[in-house]
Ligand binder design. Structure first.
Ligand SMILES: C[S@@+](CC[C@H](N)C(=O)[O-])C[C@H]1O[C@@H](n2cnc3c(N)ncnc32)[C@H](O)[C@@H]1O
Length: 415
């Protein structure tokens, strides 16, 4: 195979010319970019039963790009006082340089080592360390010429009780993307320099009729932000989208067990169905069928975010509602929002990818939410509530609050 025939080489050339996403390390002084997968309280809840394993945590960021998940993981695990060794892999030296500068801007360089390697080599990198406790792979697997090989490599690199957080593109939410990719392939020579191709594509996009399906899709905005975003979305040499059930089958084929989606409730078809027969039929479907149905009904899933563990692991890795479990909000801003919830305002407003929902909360939600401070366990919270509910009443009330809040990744449990 000549160098230009090698699919990894085409990927490397793109990301050397246009590191993605477009980031300025100077911005680290002002804000931390956060998101899923790999938001640390979310990982601890869904993969480590509320408490990360002791000792040095080994983390792999497979395809770190310019460092969004890497920087978040390095910072959040440092804030949590954890001893971690993070390995960040990418094919692109230019992307690694930006990620490294972001890590250095935060003084976190002792926690991270960078390698210009393919994630397909993850098993051999892992072998030298006894495997990884956590692997992040966000927005990479769908770009591989053989994604199954990538899924398998990551599964093999996990410790027996390790976990994986991944993001791949979803099909229906990307309506309009694939026909525009095809049109641009016909119009713009693939051998031109990436920046020239991006400029030529922008000229075409600026003239699109208002009926064009990409223009009609309000969920897709990456191409509007930067050349790197435009190239990644519309001129990529290799890109496929998954439906939820195909993704679950892909994971299973790689020796992984799907633990949950983010956000979990979005994948419950009941959210989009009237009460009655339709909901009952949906509830009777197997998990992959339910997720696929939810995806078809919602129509707005641009990407799928999932957590997984090795298929040979027998237990459920998610945290449980024990009396000692400590509920923690996603972050300080989320805590402020919920602490400010007025009495008798029992609904949770959610706007996500164009969908606005009002999820019902129990009438007594406000004092319960105010009692959640990320320090007190459930039993202490129960005793502190103004009406001192008995254990069974408290359990029902907490479940009714936890289900929608955890279902939209606002609230987690820690041990
Ligand atoms: C769309 S970017 C995503 C970057 C980052 N994970 C994020 O979510 O911001 C994809 C990145 O994966 C890298 N990549 C693609 N194939 C790879 C492979 N086989 N091994 C390692 N990195 C790869 C690219 O160089 C690029 O930086």
């Amino acid at each position: 195979m000549t160098q230009s025939d090698d699919p990894l080489d085409a990927l490397r050339r793109q990301y050397e010319a246009l590191p993605y996403p477009d980031r300025d390390p100077a911005e680290e002084a002002r804000r931390l970019v956060t998101g899923s997968p790999s938001h640390w309280p979310e990982v601890v809840h869904h993969l480590f039963a509320g408490r990360p394993p002791g000792g040095t945590l080994r983390i792999l960021v497979a395809g770190c790009g310019t460092g969004d998940a890497l920087t978040m993981l390095a910072q959040q695990t440092a804030d949590a006082g954890l001893d971690v060794e993070i390995t960040a892999l990418d094919l692109s030296e230019a992307s690694i340089a930006i990620a490294r500068a972001r890590i250095e801007a935060r003084g976190l360089e002792a926690r991270v080592r960078f390698m210009r390697r393919s994630l397909l080599e993850a098993p051999e990198i892992a072998a030298a360390e006894g495997g990884f406790d956590y692997i992040d792979c966000c927005g990479v697997l769908h770009h591989l010429s053989e994604p199954s090989a990538g899924f398998r490599a990551l599964a093999e690199a996990l410790k027996p009780r390790g976990g994986l957080g991944l993001m791949v593109y979803g099909e229906f939410g990307r309506t309009g993307v694939y026909e525009m990719q095809e049109a641009l392939r016909a119009l713009i020579p693939g051998d031109a320099a990436p920046v020239d191709r991006a400029a030529a594509a922008r000229a075409v996009l600026d003239h699109l009729p208002e009926t064009n399906r990409l223009r009609c899709n309000p969920l897709i905005k990456d191409h509007l932000d930067s050349d790197a975003g435009l190239f990644d979305l519309l001129l990529h040499s290799s890109d496929r989208a998954y439906r939820a059930d195909t993704l679950m089958a892909e994971m299973e084929g790689a020796g992984l067990r799907h633990v949950c989606w983010i956000d979990p409730l979005r994948y419950d078809p009941a959210l989009y169905l009237p009460e009655g027969q339709a909901r009952d039929r949906a509830a009777a479907l197997p998990p992959a069928g339910r997720a696929a149905l939810a995806e078809a009904l919602a129509g707005n899933m641009r990407k799928h975010i999932a957590y997984a563990v090795r298929a040979d692991r027998p237990d459920d890795p998610r945290a449980r509602m024990t009396p000692e479990a400590v509920p923690v909000f996603r972050d300080a801003a989320t805590m402020r929002t919920f602490h400010a919830m007025p009495e008798g305002a029992p609904s949770l407003p959610i706007t996500i990818d164009g969908l606005s929902l009002h999820l019902p909360l129990p009438g007594e939600a406000a004092p319960l939410l105010r009692a959640i401070d990320g320090k007190r366990g459930l039993e202490k919270i129960r005793k502190q509530l103004p009406d001192r509910p008995d254990k069974a009443t408290f359990k029902r009330r907490f479940e009714a609050v936890f289900q929608p809040l955890n279902g939209f990744s606002k609230l987690f449990l820690r041990r």
